[in-house]
Design a protein. Sequence first.
Length: 226
Amino acid sequence: MPNKVVVFDLEDTLYQEIDFLKSGYHAVADYLTKDLGISDLYEEMIEAYQAGEIDVFQKVLDTHHLTINKSALLDVYRYHIPQIHLDTMVRSVLGQLQGNCHLALITDGRPRTKRNIINALGLSDYFDGSDVFISEEVGHLKTDPYSFEKIMESYPGCQYVYVGDNPAKDFLVPNRLGWMTVCLLDHGQNIHSQDLRLAADYLPQRKIKVISELIGIINDTNRLDY
């Protein structure tokens, strides 16, 4: 197999972000139940989210006439230890790629939150720490070429593949850098909408329904057809 680098997005690519949301709501509900004696808040938050409530935590505070600062709830949500796991299929794909390709991760967000997610999913089994790029650690969002170019510097002369889910911000930079881009299609669980009607530069070159299809794309030819 030629020397290839496969770079992944995190949320709604390697795991479903809705699972983090549910875990965070459980943590906030436990926090409020313990300190304020309010029960059944998890179901209340989920119902508010599903109803399209923009600010679920403020809704909870207003409904129960609580004077607690919303920032305290946000901190619990953002920095709790998430009760999430890596799907068996994802684990299998990473295991098959590991050793045959270089693996890297590019994700936007807060370092502490993302590190908690990475640890909970056991992703350090597959990604070396130097190949994990978190936007607030490196000072550059995914829409900036910085992290992609750093990977190219670390692994020069390779074929590069980026796997993500959000055309609004995942594929523009790697497309312009000459990478192959692969979109994992939404099956109705993604938190952020997946708009495939954007300008061509924003769109992935390949689309897959399940992440196991990635193996076929990587192994299909000796030379990736960009």
